[in-house]
Design a protein around this ligand. Structure first.
Ligand SMILES: Nc1ncnc2c1ncn2[C@@H]1O[C@H](COP(=O)(O)OP(=O)(O)OP(=O)(O)O)[C@@H](O)[C@H]1O
Length: 299
């Protein structure tokens, strides 16, 4: 007898819940129709966290019971810090990116004083917190490779849609209850268009050499950051971290990197193929997903 034909009770329950949820969602007036969302549509619960410009709350859509993370920002704060345009760009970019490893922005609305973003829920929060809490402050190879593969997949999708993330780091990655990655924070991301860009942004430890030197750069900056991320997962801190900005910059330019003894040849091989100068010699995101170390670790 084929076991797969007979689902367990748990499977049946889970399946009927999904069906019910889908029916509820299809019956919602917003389904495939223009709809003016407002705070009245949501029941707001506990705070999930606090950002630079506001707070994030657990929220439940009243009609369907669908859970979201509601990010609430004060317009006065956004104006004070001159980030209105940056936020609008973030909204525009994040609402059109639809990928299993990119945090969805379902909808947004505003009232006199606030802007509300209804975001996909990633209940385990920032990956950074999990990295710090892991034994020795680092992830094992299996976990690292799985996350790196998911981030590479998300970035590959971004690049195919002419978006560079530019600010990859464990603080900008969220985790779901199923232990899956959701790439978030598109505040610094940019449309690639045809021109290479020259804006300096991102976190110091993750800055690619071409950005340190204020040179033109392209979407391969994200591959560099993926290399730094992989190192940080496996070691617990980024490779060029130093006491002063100048020392960090010098180390980045010289590719002055130390691989601790516990690292395996496969991991070092992948990282060294991502942390390359010139940027055109960096391994592609597809090749990251197919890299022997990643494939072997995911088995
Ligand atoms: N979609 C989400 N699901 C679950 N928790 C979230 C979600 N988004 C944010 N959080 C939690 O709320 C905290 C604040 O998020 P927020 O994006 O506002 O902060 P931030 O990283 O400082 O971003 P920004 O730089 O845009 O202010 C996060 O650290 C995280 O713990």
């Amino acid at each position: 007898m084929d076991d797969d034909v007979f689902a367990t009770d748990g499977d049946v329950n889970a399946h009927s819940e999904v069906v019910l949820q889908t029916i509820k969602m299809m019956q919602h007036p917003a389904y495939e129709n223009p709809y003016e969302w407002s705070t009245d549509d949501f029941e707001v619960g506990r705070a999930l966290g606090r950002g630079k410009f506001g707070r994030v709350y657990l929220a439940r859509e009243r009609e369907t019971g669908f859970m979201v993370a509601m990010k609430v920002m004060f317009k006065s704060q956004l104006t004070k810090w001159h980030v209105e345009k940056q936020l609008l760009r973030e909204i525009e970019i994040q609402s059109r990116l639809k990928h299993p490893h990119i945090l969805r922005l379902y909808t947004w609305f505003h009232d006199d004083r606030r802007i509300y973003l209804a975001l996909e829920l990633a209940a385990q929060g920032e990956l950074y917190k999990h990295l710090k809490a892991a034994p020795k402050g680092r992830f094992d190879e299996r976990r690292s490779a799985r996350y790196i593969s998911q981030v590479a997949d998300a970035l590959n999708y971004c690049h195919a849609n002419n978006v560079i993330h530019r600010d990859l780091k464990p603080e900008n990655i969220l985790l779901t209850d199923e232990d899956n990655i959701k790439l978030a924070d598109f505040g610094w991301s940019a449309h690639t268009n045809s021109n290479k860009r020259k804006t300096m942004c991102g976190t110091l430890d993750y800055l690619p050499p071409e950005m340190v030197d204020g040179k033109m750069y392209d979407d391969s900056v994200d591959q560099w950051c993926l290399g730094i991320l992989c190192y940080e997962f496996l070691v617990g801190n980024p490779p060029f971290e130093s006491q002063t900005t100048q020392t960090t910059y010098d180390k980045i330019r010289r590719l002055d990197i130390v691989y601790p003894r516990h690292m395996t040849a496969g991991a070092i091989n992948l990282i060294s193929k991502l942390l390359r100068i010139p940027s055109s010699s960096r391994i592609t995101l597809r090749d990251v997903m197919n890299h022997p170390w990643v494939v072997q670790m995911k088995k």
